[in-house]
Design a protein around this ligand. Structure first.
Ligand code: 1HN
Length: 352
């Protein structure tokens, strides 16, 4: 018990400190000791919460967007997947943007470029294209398509059906650094000089043209097709090469140096065998998942996310999660892990 005088002295000290803080504020200074515990936390603190976007909702609401605005008017007809705890911030995690884009038969989305790198992960439709740096990449479900930093890109749909895909961009990080530049081209469509699949054939087969330009920061491959990647999961499964948390998993790499396909975002494709019960896992990179095939559930922070084909869900940084499936399933995932690794701040923890 403090004595009345000690209490009075305590009050006095508080008042003295406060008047000192008020004084230094006028000089744009502040006492670190008042906030130190909040800014240097013992463990990661995140505003991001786990969430799932069911494809049935996405498909219905996106169809309505098609009646409200054209792709040309919108420039990009994208519904932002906003983290429920970050509404108004145009992001799914603190560092990444995610959205669903739709392009209807006969539409084009005009050519532009920006500092943010983007990836597309194709959900629905067949045969619309995205043109990136002169390569016209035809899209099929499960394809993973890169639009590296400053690459000119446009999209078009000459197929009879709507085409929908997931866009993920590092835009919130680019804006964190306040380094955004963007440009538009006079022509709606860029001239394409390279055919569908050209970069995958040139660079993704264990050889590459002698004297090929060495892109160290980003992969030269534009479209990592599902047709090429899916059979590798089958091989891993058959060989029993199955991680207890992640299943049979491949990483999308830059074939020049074995690093991530992009310097800012890293992606995987994983097969969870029938009856898979994943061991708890967590890492500092908040991760966006897409169910490509099958269905199952992911438990995170006491919450159960039930997912099926084309559903998108997000796991916040450093939250323990585990996947469970009854039938064989395929999950695509993407995060800001390459950025964290290059800064030396990425961590993971596997349950014992
Ligand atoms: C963008 O340029 C595209 O090119 C998609 O398709 C989504 C989200 C934020 C900023 C730019 C695209 C985007 C975007």
């Amino acid at each position: 018990m403090s004595t009345p005088t000690a209490e009075a002295a305590g009050h006095n000290l508080k008042a003295v400190r406060q008047s000192y803080y008020d004084k230094i504020e006028k000089f744009d200074m502040a006492p670190l000791w008042e906030v130190l515990k909040d800014v240097v936390t013992k463990e990661p603190i995140t505003k991001c919460v786990p969430a799932i976007w069911k494809y049935s909702d996405v498909e219905r609401l996106m169809a309505e967007a098609g009646e409200v605005i054209t792709a040309d008017e919108a420039e990009r007809r994208v519904l932002v997947l906003e983290n429920p705890n970050l509404h108004g911030q145009t992001r799914i995690t603190n560092s990444l943007f995610a959205g669903i884009q739709m392009i209807l038969p006969g539409e084009t989305a005009p050519a532009h470029q920006h500092v943010s790198s983007a990836i597309r992960f194709v959900l629905d439709g067949e045969g619309a294209y995205t043109a990136v740096e002169g390569e016209k990449a035809m899209m099929s479900p499960g394809d993973f398509i890169l639009t590296p930093n400053w690459a000119p890109h446009d999209h078009g749909n000459h197929s009879p059906k709507p085409m929908l895909w997931l866009d993920v961009l590092d835009m919130p990080t680019v804006n964190h650094f306040e380094t955004s530049f963007a440009g538009h081209f006079d022509e709606a469509m860029q001239n394409t000089s390279r055919q569908d699949g050209d970069s995958l054939e040139r660079y993704g087969s264990g050889v590459m043209p002698d004297g090929a330009p060495v892109h160290l920061k980003r992969s030269p491959i534009i479209n990592y097709t599902y047709a090429r990647t899916r059979p590798i999961l089958e091989r891993l499964k058959k060989a029993g090469d199955i991680d207890p948390s992640h299943g049979a998993r491949v990483r999308y790499v830059n074939p020049i140096n074995g690093g991530w396909a992009l310097p800012t975002m890293g992606a995987h494709l994983a097969l969870l065998p029938e009856g898979f019960k994943g061991v708890d896992y967590r890492s500092t990179d908040g991760t966006i998942f897409v169910c490509v095939e099958g269905g199952g559930s992911t438990t995170v922070d006491g919450k159960v996310l039930e997912w099926g084909p084309k559903d998108v869900f997000v796991i916040p940084p450093w939250k323990k999660y585990s996947h469970r499936v009854s039938k064989e399933s395929v999950l695509f995932s993407i995060s800001d892990r390459p950025m964290q690794e290059v800064l030396g701040i990425w961590r993971e923890a596997k349950a014992a």
